[in-house]
Ligand binder design. Sequence first.
Ligand code: ZN
Length: 150
Amino acid sequence: MSDLADLYQQVILDHNKRPRNRGRLPTANRVAHGDNPTCGDQCNVYLRLDGDRIAEISFDGSGCAISQASASLMTTQLKGRTAAEAAKLYESFHHIVTTGQAPDEISDLAAFAGVHAFPARIKCATLGWHAALNALKGDAAAATTETHND
Ligand code: ZN
């Protein structure tokens, strides 16, 4: 189990060091901002929706390692997904970070299972996901003013 824990830790460290899809997306047709004042994390998520599918996704922002690594991983998980698939993935992720129980299949999302032991950090881990789901739901103008903290 400790080898597995190390592996998961590596996933988080790696995404923090080399964030994927980081930066403003010039072609975005949806954008949403997430704010986690308890930790000081900020996250913008940019989407280019093609019909119901996320054709492109990126994020930028600043904050703790958990928030930034989670947002980076989120973009790799959501690219190419439909809104319904994205909502389902978030459900799995939320289950992992609140219970520490990972699904049977090994997934990078399980890297965040350890977060459940630190309830204050759950908001850090879910921040990027909330911004992405808000971007999927709303139009750009409405989504940019939305803030979700948990
Ligand atoms: Zn944080």
